[in-house]
Design a protein around this ligand. Sequence first.
Ligand code: EPZ
Length: 420
Amino acid sequence: MDYLEIEGSQKILGEVAISGAKNAALPLLTLTLLSRRPVKIDNVPNVADVRTLLQLLENLGAKQSFIKNSATVDTSDVNSTFANYDIVRKMRASILTLGPLLTRFGHCEVSLPGGCAIGQRPIDLHLKALEMMGADIDIKQGYVIASAPNGLNGANIVFDKITVTGSENIIMAAALAHGTTTLSNVAKEPEVVQLCEVLNKSGTEIKGIGSAELEIKGSNGKLLDIPDFTVIPDRIEAGTYLCAGAITNSEITITNVIPEHLKALISKLISMGFEILKTKNSITIKPCAKILPTNIETLEYPGFPTDMQAQFMALCTQANGTSVIDERLFENRFMHVSELSRMGANIKLTSHTATIYAPTKLTGADVMATDLRASSALVLAALVAEGTTRIHRIYHLDRGYENIERKLSSLGVKIKRLSE
Ligand code: EPZ
C-alpha cells in the first residue's frame, strides 16, 4: 500500500493549477444515462472516484473512454440497471445512478451505499422523493429495488434537509419525468448549479437555478440531447492549496479557479490575517505577520463548506489563540483530530465541536488517513511539522486529489510516494 513521506518546516512558493471538480464530475457522468447521444466531458479530474464511476457505467453496458482529463460516454447500449455492492461500497456517490436509471428504464437495483468514516450517510431523502414521483421502493438484502414501470411523474417535493446528491438524483429523475416537478430546500452548491445548466442546454426547462427552489419540466420519457461540456474547477481542492499557503505562511497562487465559489473560506482566511488577491480565474494568498484564531460553523453552500473543515483545523493549530470549529453536517467528521493530536496539536472535542488551543508546535509522525478530507489535513500539518511525516492509507487521498505529489513538489515541497 502506498504512503506519502513529507519533509516538514517548509516554505512553499509558486503557482498551482486546480483540476476539475470531483463532486461536479460524478453527477455529470451519471447524467449521460439520460442522453440519446455520446457526451464528451472535458476537465474531468483523473481521480479514483471518477475512474470507479466510469467502470460502473461500463458495467451497465455504456461505452466510455477517459484520456487526458476528457471523458466520452455513450449510454445508448446500456443493458443493465443493476449497480452492484462491490462498486457502490467503494464509491458511495454511485448512488447517483439511482435517479437516472429509474427515470430512463422504469426500474433499477442499486446497492445501498452504506456509511463511511464521517457518518451514517443515509439516503432516506432520495428515496422519499422518488416515492413522491410514483416509484415503488423496496430495500432487500442491502439493495434499493426501485420500480416505476410507467415512468416517474412530476411532483411537488420539499426536502426535509438540504442534500447535495439527493438534490442531484431528483433533478435528474425529474428531467425525464411526466410533467413538472418543483423542488424546495434544494442544494445550491456550484456542482448542483452546473448540473442544472447542462440540463438546460439539453432542452430541459429548469427555473430557479442557483436558488433553493427549482421547477423542472420533464421530457415525458424522451432522452435528451446533452451537449459536450467542461467541468467546473474543484473549489475544495482550491481551498486545500490555499490552506497549504496559509499554514506555511507562504505566497502561492492557484489558477483555473472560480473565486466566487470560495467566498466563505476566503473570508475566513482574511479574518485570520491573510491577504488575498483575486483575478477572474486565480487567487493569490500572501503571508501574514500573525495568524489569528477563528470560529467556524460548517453549513450548506454558500456557507463554510464541511469539506474544508479538516483542512482549516490543521491551519488553526498554527493560529495565535484558541479557535472553535462546529461541524454541523456530519456526526463523525473529526477523525483527523486524533492524528493531528499525535503530531502535537492540542484539540478538545465535544459532540460536534472542536476547540483548538494554539499555537502548537507540530512534529512529524507516522499517521493514518481515514477519509478523503482528513487525509488532506494531515498533508497540511506535515508541511509545517518539524521533521518527517509519513501518511499511510493514502488511497483515501487518491479518491479526490489529482497528482497531489506533483502539484505540491511544483510548489517546492519535499514529498515522495513510497510503498510499504
Ligand atoms: C455531498 O455528499 C458531497 N459528496 C460530500 O463531499 C459533502 O461533504 C456533502 O455533500 C455535504 O456538502 C458528493 O457530492 C459526491 P448530503 P452527500 O446528502 O450528498 C443528511 C467529499 O469530501 N442526509 O448533502 O452524501 C446527511 O446525513 C464528500 O468530497 C440525510 O439525512 O451529502 C448529512 O448529515 C464527503 N438523508 C446531510 O444530510 C439523506 O437522504 C448532508 O448530506 C441525505 C442526506
